[in-house]
Design a protein around this ligand. Structure first.
Ligand code: NAP
Length: 399
């Protein structure tokens, strides 16, 4: 019997306990052993839960119990998740998490301790919820020359953008709808400002480059500035707007970012709608591979967490662990990132725009002018906008 402890009995923790209980036959067959949820750590008690008798409030009970093989941290946040993870790994226990914040901040440290202690640290559910994406990247595509990993990494923002495109609603209206449906939190900042996607691209980037770029060094933009007019303009030229996390590996180095991008209607990522997530890996000789599915929710996320547990049980603690170090070495300055840009300006006409930006495609002209530039360096676009001195209404890069 494999004894596990779950830290945090919320949406994901509850889902994990349910999956293990309801699918005991499947997990026993796949894992090669039964699973016993010996402890559940939470701040609260759950007197009406079938797990009421497993609830503890002191992590040391778990850390010091030699019967506990694996700790499943699904509390969220950096602290005390960091302290509990270090303690569990140092006590010789495997750790599994769905907590992208703690992985993005301390994943390199956890991996090094796991290596030293001969245990596994796994975090499949931290990116893409239920979509198996990290394991395939580690196990199946690493032999390719990866040139980019990019994805729709946040279901809330994808829902909002889908609503704006499908119904012509504005940002605020679409956010309210997402909140009413339970897709967005009452405080939605981590989603709409791009913070959540930033943590996820840091993790994905670390898997394909070996470098865990600190989130504060990742250029991050959310979707709060996207207007109805931008949606209409992009639809007019056959483009959709998606919030993407991108890690691009080129000859000059690595560009890593989160920002809204306009992409052609026909591309696989542009067809991902609603709360769904997708991650696309581009490499040689494999070409483009896309992983798609539910990026959140109790059941989907629990599936990824328990999948990690299955791998640990089957591998006998001999998991394929990625190596990553926190580093900015080879990470390019965002000002050097080159892309075509959609720009909307007030107070200038086509002639002035062409004088400064050269050959542009004008999409609309009236109260404001909207146009698409040739591919340009970020730094140059900023300078040109400064020279023009017009009122910047919107700016979105193209892919
Ligand atoms: N929900 C999803 O669909 C999803 C998908 C992918 C990844 N994730 C990630 O998974 C993690 C958990 O998410 P969730 O949605 O399950 O969160 P949640 O519903 O808020 O559950 C977290 C649970 O942990 C408890 N907790 C918080 N701090 C604690 C502490 N110091 N000691 C003991 N228990 C503590 C909370 O108790 P209180 O309620 O009393 O504070 C709550 O019961 C997060 O990192 C999240 O980003 C979630």
């Amino acid at each position: 019997m494999t004894n596990v402890a779950i830290l945090g009995f919320g949406v994901v923790g509850g889902g994990v306990a349910r999956l293990i209980t309801e699918n005991m036959k499947e997990v026993t067959r796949l894992g090669g052993d039964g699973i016993n949820i010996k402890y559940i750590l939470d701040l609260r008690d759950f007197p009406n839960s079938p797990f009421a008798d497993r609830v503890v409030h002191d992590f040391d009970i778990i850390a010091s119990d030699p019967e506990i093989d694996t700790v499943i941290e699904v509390m969220g946040g950096s602290h005390p998740a960091y302290e509990y993870t270090v303690k569990a790994l140092r006590a010789g226990k495997n750790v599994i998490t769905s907590n992208k914040e703690v992985v993005a901040n301390f994943g390199d440290e956890f991996m090094a301790i796991a290596e030293e202690m001969g245990v596994c640290y796994r975090f499949e559910a931290s990116v893409g919820g239920g979509i198996p994406v990290l394991s395939p990247i580690i196990n199946c595509v690493g032999q390719n020359k990866i040139t980019e990993v990019r994805g729709i990494l946040n279901g809330t923002t994808n829902y909002i953008l889908t609503k704006m495109f499908s119904f012509g609603d504005g940002f605020e209206e679409s956010l309210r709808d997402a909140q009413e449906r339970g897709y967005a939190e009452r405080n939605p900042d981590a989603d709409i400002l791009g913070t959540d996607a930033c943590r996820k691209i840091a993790i994905l980037g670390a898997l394909v480059t070996g470098k865990l770029v600190p989130t504060e060094n990742i250029h991050t933009e959310g979707i709060t500035g996207i207007r109805k007019q931008d949606v209409e303009a992009s639809a007019r030229v056959g483009l959709k707007i998606k919030l993407l996390g991108r890690c691009i590996i080129g000859e000059s180095g690595v560009f890593i970012m989160v920002a809204p991008f306009m992409l052609p209607d026909s591309t696989p990522l542009s067809t991902v709608s609603g709360v769904y997530n997708a991650v696309e890996v581009v490499g040689e000789p494999i070409g483009n591979v896309m992983f798609y599915g539910q990026g959140a929710g109790a059941g989907a996320t629990a599936s990824a967490v328990v999948g990690d547990l299955m791998q640990i049980m089957r591998s006998g603690r001999n998991c394929a662990q990625p190596i990553m170090v926190k580093s900015l070495d080879g990470v390019c300055d965002f000002d050097d990132f080159k892309a075509q840009q959609y720009i909307a300006l007030g107070g200038v006409g086509a002639e002035q725009v062409r004088e400064v930006f050269g050959n542009v495609q004008i999409i609309s002209e009236g109260e404001e002018i909207a146009f698409i530039t040739q591919a340009m360096r970020e730094g140059d676009v900023k300078k040109k906008l400064g020279a023009l001195g017009a009122e910047l209404k919107s700016r979105i890069r193209l892919i």
